[in-house]
Design a protein around this ligand. Structure first.
Ligand code: BGC
Length: 770
């Protein structure tokens, strides 16, 4: 067995073990969960009956126990006194099995009611073993690997004594100026829904009280990703239809997958901050969706209701949030400091208070903390398992799967000829910190294998590294040396993009071209006329038309985590054929944002002929540079034999859409087969194309697989004044390798009108491969 096949066996064995663990728990869960639930309801009622008003408010108080980069740093004697008094329900920004055991001991041994604390942290794409950033994970179009990574994140988090992570961020993001696009699954609600449920199942499994689980948190409920102009925290002003059809589906999918908690967004929708939005939180989430989990505010967001201008005093802000259905106050201290006054002013708040306390206690119960408050945290496993080789092997697989081949003129890639002289240009090639992305929990820079180190370790290539320029700063003095190295090389790897801190919370940018002097570096290198492979590293889609048009080949590699370098080298050298797909299109320039493939048709659709008045910009070509779903391969694929098992479907029925896909290339490779639909004539204009299914499938050269999608008529419903209307009529079906590479077309008819119950994009299209 070669070292490569043995590594692959190790990965597969690890994944099988992880997924089998989840499956075993799923089988064991139903009866057990029911028994536990009845028992808990009685216990919770009893506890609430014993609690003072202060103790109740204490349960709703989440306190920072440290800072993001200095966990535990704020836990002092004064905090321990608050815990003894029952004035704290939860801490965030804490970690460590021994540390948290001691802290928990204070709560369950020294407080009057002995209620365990809930410990939370942001584990956004890995705890110590850092995986690709979420936008990169979405590019895998592979929910199974996402789930496997989340499972590992949960193991590492829970053995460190933590119960809760503020993940996944399921906000749809259609504006790459928004820095938090890096934290989600991009522009599409169907892809976003699948990524949401994969993460939740990985973190929580099917039974939260099982081994190595952590409570997930779907965030930031509302329309945080629709912030005007892509400015973080800014107002979202969107139609109810867009809210329901585009922004809500991943949240609904998250709720259906069992997400134990939700976080409300910082921003407002048409003037109503979500943290005070009764119609959305108490109405839609709680009453309509029947959601029973915990709702936490975002950091200090309750107090910020004053800045929004919907409350004058902290007590009013507390009352608004409580009435809206926000159970826990993250880091604001508003419930702790002012809810008592609010209740004194308005005793009708008391039932809301009891409900909120009940939900906090229910989550603690679901996690098994009343049965064993020390069930999380295991110092021995913390040492042995965190960052283990098994975990890193899965991180490497995820990193390989996230890479998107944007272009490959003349099949410059893969670099197969031995002994070639490769100029590696750009400081990002050796930037271990950026590989970790903006959220990194306990990730360590020293754990990262950078592209440069992996290239050197690879052998067979002569490497000449010249940083040339960093993504930050105006120092162009390294450019001449980079050009000299480029001239002497057979091929150039031009590693450019953003650093980890260009995209993140509060990191919106109006200019999404290359920061610093990288454009100058890139053009100087391209001017040598040597073959250039651009290796992009970034947390957002960048607008790089001028550079990418001139390059021979380009890879989008996001920030890939600890195994970043080896994964990129595997793709560069052809050991792995790339098959990642863009979860958000790459715009031609920032001025075209927001842009997305699933737009409405317009009465005057965009026309290449500038003499016609049409829905386009006059100064730039139509559409993105690379669209949603785009990604090339070292193989090629033929699509054929499209068949629908029926031509007419009842509104409560489904159609099976089948096709063959054949690897017509010379190497084994994954292909991502995508199903799009369109309702060409409806009550209101419908998007020109909407993703409703996908599958990533491995094909050997010459191999053919038959793919079948089972699409329900309800997945075509549109939001019509508060209901999901299914309309009779013809539906177009498109199958392709990207949103603009449609290979097969068909149609079926929905026989009669009807009503759906769920956001269509939240519903899974089952896929079989034979
Ligand atoms: C972010 C959340 C995060 C929280 C806790 C906030 O600023 O918006 O996504 O979970 O901080 O760190």
């Amino acid at each position: 067995m070669t070292s490569r096949t043995s590594a692959r066996h190790a990965v597969n064995a690890a994944r099988r073990a992880l997924l089998a663990g989840a499956a075993a728990l799923a089988l064991a869960s139903p009866t057990r969960a029911r028994a536990v639930r009845t028992d808990h309801a009685a216990r919770i009622r009893h506890l609430i009956g014993q609690m003072t008003l202060d103790e109740k408010i204490g349960q709703l108080n989440q306190v920072p126990g440290g800072r993001q980069k200095a966990l535990n740093s704020k836990i002092d004697a004064a905090q321990l006194d608050l815990v003894r008094k029952g004035a704290v329900g939860s801490y965030l920004h804490v970690a460590g099995a021994d540390f948290l055991r001691d802290l928990q001991r204070v709560a369950v041994e020294e407080s009057r009611l002995k209620i365990p604390l809930l410990f939370g942290i942001d584990v956004i794409h890995g705890f110590r073993t850092i995986f690709p950033v979420p936008l990169g994970m979405a590019a895998t179009f592979d929910p199974e690997i996402v789930r496997a990574c989340s499972r590992i994140a949960a193991i590492e988090t829970s053995v460190s004594g933590l119960h809760w992570t503020f993940t996944p961020m399921v906000d749809i993001a259609r504006d790459p100026r928004w820095g938090r696009i890096v934290e989600g699954a991009g522009e599409d609600p169907y892809l976003g829904s699948r990524m949401a449920e994969a993460q939740i199942l990985g973190l929580q499994t099917e039974d939260l009280s099982g081994k190595d689980t952590v409570l997930a948190c779907a965030k930031h409920f509302g329309a945080y990703g629709a912030a005007s102009g892509g400015r973080d925290y800014d107002s979202a002003d969107l139609s109810d239809r867009t809210l329901q059809e585009v922004y809500m589906p991943p949240f609904r999918a998250a709720a259906l997958a069992g997400a134990g908690s939700f976080m409300t967004a910082f921003n407002d929708i048409a003037g109503v901050p979500t943290t005070a939005n009764q119609a959305l939180v108490r109405g839609q989430l709680r009453e309509h969706w029947g959601y029973e989990g915990l709702v936490v505010s975002d950091w200090n967001a309750i107090l910020e209701l004053i800045n929004h201008g919907v409350a004058e005093t902290p007590a009013q802000a507390a009352a608004l949030a409580l009435k809206a259905g926000v159970d826990m106050d993250m880091a604001g201290g508003v419930y702790a400091g002012h809810l008592k006054q609010a209740v004194a002013d308005d005793p009708s708040l008391l039932p809301y208070l009891d409900q909120a306390v009940g939900r906090v206690l229910a989550v603690k119960a679901r996690l098994g903390l009343f049965d064993d408050p020390f069930r999380f945290g295991d110092a021995a496993r913390e040492k042995a398992e965190i960052g283990s080789a098994t975990h890193r092997a899965v991180a490497a697989e995820a990193a390989r799967k996230s890479i998107v081949l944007l272009k490959n003129t003349g099949n410059l890639l893969p670099l197969t000829a031995p002994g070639r002289r490769v100029a590696v240009i750009g400081a990002l090639a050796d930037d271990a910190s950026s590989a970790l992305g903006s959220w990194r929990a306990r990730g360590q820079v020293g754990d990262v294998r950078t592209l440069l180190s992996a290239l050197k370790a690879q052998g067979g290539l002569t490497i000449d590294y010249q940083p040339g320029a960093t993504p930050r700063g105006e120092d162009a003095s390294g450019i001449p040396a980079a050009v000299a190295a480029a001239r002497a090389a057979d091929v150039i790897l031009l590693v450019i993009g953003e650093d980890y801190d260009h995209s993140a919370e509060a990191r919106s940018r109006s200019d999404i071209t290359l920061p610093g002097v990288q454009a100058q570096l890139a053009h100087a290198v391209l001017d040598t006329g040597k073959p250039v492979v651009v290796v992009l590293m970034n947390g957002r889609p960048l607008a790089l038309a001028e550079v990418l048009d001139r390059a021979d080949a380009a890879l989008e590699t996001w920030f890939l985590g600890v195994e970043s370098g080896p994964a990129i080298v595997d793709v560069l050298t052809g050991r792995t054929s790339p098959a990642g797909r863009l979860p958000a299109g790459l715009p031609r320039n920032a001025g075209t944002s927001p842009g997305f493939y699933a737009h409405l048709p317009s009465g005057r659709p965009a026309d290449p002929d500038l003499s016609k008045d049409s829905a386009r910009y006059h100064d730039v070509a139509i559409g993105p540079l690379f669209p949603f779903g785009h990604g090339l391969s070292y193989a090629s694929f033929a699509y054929g034999d499209l068949a629908l098992d029926r031509s007419t479907v009842a509104p409560d029925g489904a159609v099976t859409i089948s096709l063959n896909v054949t690897n017509t290339g010379k190497v084994a490779a994954d292909e991502v087969v995508q199903l799009y639909v369109r309702d060409p004539v409806a009550l209101v204009a419908r998007p020109v194309k909407e993703l409703r299914g996908f599958v990533r499938v491995l094909l050997k050269p010459g191999e053919t697989r038959r793919i079948s999608f089972r699409l329900a008529a309800a997945q075509l419903a549109l939001w019509d004044a508060g209901r999901w209307r299914i309309q009779a009529g013809r539906i177009e079906v498109m199958i392709g390798a990207s949103s603009d590479d449609i290979r097969l077309r068909g149609a079926f008819t929905i026989a009669a009108d009807g009503w759906g119950t769920e956001p269509p994009a939240a519903l899974l299209t089952p896929v079989s491969v034979s």
